[in-house]
Design a protein around this ligand. Sequence first.
Ligand SMILES: C[S@@+](CC[C@H](N)C(=O)[O-])C[C@H]1O[C@@H](n2cnc3c(N)ncnc32)[C@H](O)[C@@H]1O
Length: 268
Amino acid sequence: MKTGSLIIVGTGIQLVANLTLGAKAWIEQADKVLYALADPVTAKWLKELNTTAEALPYNTNNQRRKDTYREMTERILTEVRKGLNVCAVFYGHPGVLADSTHVAIRQAREEGFRAQMLPGISAEDCLFADLGLDPGRNGCQSFEATDFLIRRRKFDPTSALILWQIAMLGNLGFYKPGEHFRPLSILTEVLKTHYGSDHEVIVYEAAVYYPVCEAVIQRIPLSKLPESSVTQVSTLYVPPQALAPVDKEMMARLGMSVAKETTKEEVL
Ligand SMILES: C[S@@+](CC[C@H](N)C(=O)[O-])C[C@H]1O[C@@H](n2cnc3c(N)ncnc32)[C@H](O)[C@@H]1O
């Protein structure tokens, strides 16, 4: 194993309140800390924790943000190749919708360095808590919104649906406020065929500056989605449309007692 290592940690969503003790210890011990964070308060705190902390380059001159992420990965690996123990810090869970972190870990290992990712609290974890959604209740499907549309992802409307990056629909570049009205109409059109116009959906924003601010929870009929207030950090939650019926034959095969009018709710 070569000298030099990479650990990637997440700060969670709510300032430093979501940071694990494990992540904090790695930040403190690192020879070099690099970060990509969504708020300046956490960045300032990070610099107090480790004076080597430096922001990763976020070049918005690129046509595609994928190229910017590649530059971030390269910046991380440059420090590891110097033989330093590097801690890269990302907001949320560092492995959720964060291309550059997975690539950096793979590349570092391929080059013979120790590399590991620690889990963090993602926006989806905050959503579970704030909206009272238990993903084990009816199942939970989670897609990046553009991927959901362009790959025509198969999904089950009797199960919860979470769509990430709804403000970035069809956008391979960078966020521009107000550019999502037309793409959101297309998403609405697709969802309507499965749920109907009146189905209640939630445009969700976890409170970053907790406890000063509260989560933004907009409950609206699906038809109103294009006019709703959507920002770079909005995530869409589509509750199940109905309960899935149970397969009584399967229950019998599993040795479960089969009541005459069993619903899934009563079973589990
Ligand atoms: C590039 S992804 C980063 C996700 C992050 N790594 C995580 O673990 O949550 C950005 C997307 O995450 C979601 N997101 C980020 N911050 C959020 C917040 N405060 N509330 C709700 N969703 C958020 C939104 O869907 C946003 O478009």
